[in-house]
Design a protein around this ligand. Structure first.
Ligand code: AGP
Length: 632
């Protein structure tokens, strides 16, 4: 596909997009779009805007800054009633977050066309030059406005918005979701997508478009998944899908299981706090329905045969950020149970490496959003190399599962906070389910263990509930440490990726230096960092962990304490060996060593959340970050 040649700029982009057409009598388009934007604000929030079709004209408003600025502007200058509208929350890529660069952008001298866009048009410079040569005047620095003018020009020639969209997308290179309305075509919104999310919401006498289901979840749970390079035209009574080449197509219908409340904060101060407290459900729901009446593991939507699974002789996990740490945790357990070598690769590194991968390699991608371009490109790279691909994903119908041979959905529910928490636990759980499935399928030493481990996994949600109820001291420590400039995290074995995840949480939420190390690595350099009062979290394995790892980590605590570190120890209930060397002991319930990460990470999540709060920072939308990084 053309987009394979696409080398998106290494900019982060993702935006919230909403489109609506409904009965003229209701004229509620602006309310629907503003509600959708409010639910999508996490996707990108440096400006926002709406455009609607009313009385043969386009009425629009847009403002830099958060959605509240747009809302105030509309209150000050009310927009006319309408039944056709589009809306957008932006994360800047080309052009800073200004009113002029905010979407929607108008096309044509008459401004009768309005467009919103998520993604990056890679060839917009050349297209812009052509338009300027034709005398078009630009009002913004964005790539989007180029498309708006191209669409207006095509509409002027063809008189139909769908046909105009089809003409224009043929000239675009890059990743994009586009929504357009035209003053002369009330009751119609046209969308197009290439390597960027777009879903259809199906209503009664009304229809919706959104960059994800949160855009319309308050109105309908019936959704249509669109495939690559497709155009969709919605009116109040119809949804028409076609491929870029004009051939008719069918979207894939599914029911959204999240309800409107799930996308709200549910009484917590932040989405992150809500999602940390949803972790028992995230683990429990991900375990649901995974075993048949005989206790054998069953996996959904597998297009990989049992024979192919049996032939697998290598597993490569590809992911980014927190999802990659879930993979690092899973590596220890999956190798132990299946005796298959497991490599964990950062997706953006795997993508440009020359890995040893063939048709006996199972490449497992882990992604909460299912839209992370780095991970998507790694999956495509793996497929080109002949690997079988399996996606572990939390977002139904997103791009990465669709590009994979098989999918194992986590069921963590919508994760709105940029900092991933419940998805992380659900990802580890799903990886364990996969590992146990493979162990059972392939026989061998641990095949019989699968049921026992699944039973122990089923006990984790209750342990999480207990643990979440005992975080008072962690919150106090966080507030006490609000001025901290640097925190280190140590762990061994499965505790090592937990240490890295704890460090990442602190970096992205409190904007301070934090680093996770393998505790055994201390003496090879990092111990030089230990100075008087240096705070260090240490994830201590349970006393019954093999290879004497518990005592080795206790020794590490002694080493750093002797050099002045402030030791914050995460240890199992009843483990009194750590007491003499700990400035603080944070207790977690006992569980078997390989399942311990599902518990040990929680105090680190809570610590980061409350230190960020103590610093007065925006917990749910940390600076410079976005929830879904949809270009490389
Ligand atoms: C985690 O807190 C971050 N938000 C980030 O590292 C995230 O895990 C990463 O970008 C991967 O996102 P994905 O799971 O949606 O692919």
């Amino acid at each position: 596909m053309r987009w394979f040649g696409f080398r998106p700029s290494t900019l982060v982009t993702m935006c919230g997009i909403v489109g609506y057409v409904g009965p003229n009598a209701d004229a509620k388009a602006i309310d629907v779009v503003m509600e959708g934007l409010a639910r999508l604000e996490y996707r990108g929030y440096d400006s926002a805007g709406v455009a609607l079709v009313a009385d043969g004209a386009i009425a629009s408003e847009k403002r830099a800054g958060k959605l509240v600025n747009l809302r105030s502007a509309i209150e000050a200058h009310p927009l006319p009633d309408s039944s056709t509208a589009i809306g957008h929350t932006r994360w800047a890529t080309h052009g800073g977050p200004t009113d002029a660069n905010a979407h929607p952008h108008r096309g044509g001298e008459d401004g009768k066309l309005a467009l919103v866009h998520n993604g990056i048009i890679e060839n917009f410079h050349a297209l812009k030059k052509g338009l300027i040569a034709e005398g078009v005047e630009f009002r913004s620095e964005t790539d989007t406005e180029v498309v708006a003018h191209l669409l207006a020009k095509a509409y002027a020639a063809q008189g139909d918005l769908t046909a105009a969209m089809q003409t224009v997308v043929a000239d675009l290179e890059g990743a994009f979701t586009l929504l357009a309305v035209h003053a002369d075509q009330a009751g119609t919104v046209v969308g197009a997508r290439r390597n960027s999310p777009l879903v259809v919401g199906l209503g009664e006498g009304e229809n919706f478009l959104g960059s994800d289901v949160a855009a319309f979840i308050g109105y309908t749970r019936q959704a249509l998944e669109l495939a690559q390079d497709q155009i969709v035209t919605i009116t109040p009574e119809s949804v028409t899908v076609m491929n870029f080449d004009g051939t008719p197509a069918e979207g894939k219908h599914y029911e959204v299981t999240w309800d409107a409340a799930a996308a709200e904060k549910g009484g917590y101060a932040t989405f992150m706090e809500k999602e940390i407290n949803e972790q028992p459900h995230a683990v429990a729901d991900t375990l649901l329905g995974r075993t048949d009446e005989d206790g054998r593991l069953v996996l959904d939507e597998m297009d990989i045969t049992e024979e192919e699974f049996r032939a697998i002789d290598k597993i490569v996990i590809v992911a980014c950020g927190t999802a990659s740490y879930a993979g690092f945790v899973a590596k220890y357990a999956v190798e132990h149970w299946t005796r298959i070598p497991v490599a964990v690769e950062l997706a953006h590194e795997f993508r440009y490496s020359d890995p040893v991968v063939d048709d006996k390699t199972l490449v497992v991608s882990i992604s909460q959003s299912g839209e992370t371009m780095d991970t998507l490109m790694a999956v495509k790279h793996a497929k080109e190399l002949g690997a079988r691909t399996l996606s572990i994903c939390n977002t139904h119908g997103s791009t990465i599962p669709r590009e994979s041979d098989a999918v194992l959905y986590t069921h963590a529910g919508p994760e709105i906070a940029v900092a991933s928490t419940k998805a992380f636990l659900a990802q580890i759980t799903a990886c364990y389910i996969l590992g146990l499935y493979l162990a059972q399928l392939r026989g061998g030493t641990y095949a019989e263990d699968a049921q026992a481990v699944m039973k122990e996994l089923s006990e984790v949600p209750a342990k999480l509930e207990e643990l979440l109820g005992s975080m008072k001291r962690v919150k106090e420590i966080a507030r006490f440490m609000a001025d901290t400039r640097s925190v280190l995290f140590l762990g061994r074995n499965v505790g090592y990726p937990v240490a890295m995840e704890g460090a990442l949480k602190l970096k992205e939420l409190a904007y301070i230096h934090a680093e996770g190390f393998a505790a055994g690595e201390l003496k090879h350099g990092p111990i030089a960092l230990i100075d008087a009062g240096q705070p260090v979290f240490i994830v201590v394995p349970g006393p019954d962990t093999p290879h004497g790892l518990h005592d080795k980590v206790v020794s590490n605590i002694q080493e750093i304490r002797a050099r002045g570190a402030r030791t914050l120890v995460i240890a199992e209930e009843g483990d009194d060996k750590v007491e003499p060397f700990a400035d603080e002991v944070i207790r977690i319930p006992h569980t078997s060593p390989l399942l311990a990460p599902l518990l040990a990470v929680v105090p680190l999540q809570v610590f980061a959340l409350h230190l960020s709060t103590a610093k007065g920072l925006d917990v749910d939308q940390p600076r410079n970050l976005a929830k879904s990084v949809t270009v490389e």
